[in-house]
Design a protein around this ligand. Sequence first.
Ligand code: ARG
Length: 270
Amino acid sequence: MRTARARHYLMCRPTHFDVVYSINPWMDPTKPVDTPLAIAQWERLREVYLNLGHTVDTIDPVPGLPDMVFAANGATVIAGRALVARFRDAERRAEGPAYHDWLRDNGFPELRTAAFTNEGEGDYLPVGDWLLAGTGFRSDPRSHDEAQEFFGRPVIGLQLVDPDYYHLDTALTALDENTVAYHPGAFSPGSRAVLERLFPDAVRASAADAAAFGLNATSDGHNVVLPQNATGLADQLRDRGFNPIGVDLSELLKAGGSVKCCTLELRRAH
Ligand code: ARG
């Protein structure tokens, strides 16, 4: 028996989406990007959320910030407290203040901009009482201590080792308060052992489903929205009582992002 809980999400329309620089292996600036198609795919994702009964707020896209559609990277918000991102790359740095101002103006007064490089929910995923935290490519390991202090939650640091899975949310997804799905190959041996210890019943995704960005998913506890090409993972989820909903975000994948990257969860409680 799985129960859905309505979520509050923040998204950013990909009005200015493009691939004009490369800061992860998926990004090839010589490949054409169809921005109108990206917008249509993003609108569909938003519609899926609204049909599931979730609240979706939007932040105004800023010209010259083609990756701003990846709202997950803007902050981590738990129990009404927001730790705003500090991006590794100069190309994305101005997104931090944009998310900061949106949160300040929309009822999140308890907010702080991270002192160390921290790419928000790209690398920080709350699961039950824990805050899982990725490092290796983007977020500075020192940001893990900062997040633990700020949120007062035990941070579990996880080492990412495969550049294709450069953010935690490309390799692991939180399905409910105590269930995760992940791609073991994205983690160091020690971090794999940590995940096995904490989540012995986790869903282990195949390399093919990970490559389809299947782990870049969102869950409300029952419905799991994920890239439609991750069909094996969808079957595994269905076997576990979840309701997988596939969506096509092929244009956004050209920047190394998909469902979860486009979705920042605003947690007022929990
Ligand atoms: N092009 C973006 C970057 O490399 C993609 C970000 C994807 N976001 C995520 N939450 N994984 O920064």
